[in-house]
Design a binder for this molecule. Structure first.
Ligand code: ZN
Length: 95
């Protein structure tokens, strides 16, 4: 959990308004060279990382790890992932 905090703050997402801290999602964002965002979701059960294109994630749609654990993302989490991806895109373009 702790290692994701700097990323969230980097993306300006650490204000955490209106979110319940208990439901912190454990995902990270990867961008390919075309700035397409991939969400990397770490399973809390087995630690395996599941990669899913951000565009193909539909909020509140079941998404499961290979071990069967629930990895589905709610609407606010998908929004957060999009904001994070945008922040990373902007930081790439500055350089
Ligand atoms: Zn798992």
């Amino acid at each position: 959990m702790k290692r994701f905090l700097p990323f969230l703050c980097l993306a300006g997402l650490c204000s955490n308004k209106g979110e319940t801290p208990m439901k912190q999602q454990r995902f990270d964002i990867d961008l390919d060279k075309h700035y397409n965002a991939t969400v990397v979701i770490a399973c809390e059960e087995c630690g395996r990382e599941t990669r899913q294109h951000l565009k193909s994630i539909i909020p509140d749609t079941p998404l499961t790890c290979r071990c069967g654990a629930d990895l589905s993302m709610g609407r606010s989490e998908v929004q957060r992932a999009e904001q994070k991806a945008n922040a990373i895109r902007q930081s790439y373009r500055v350089h």
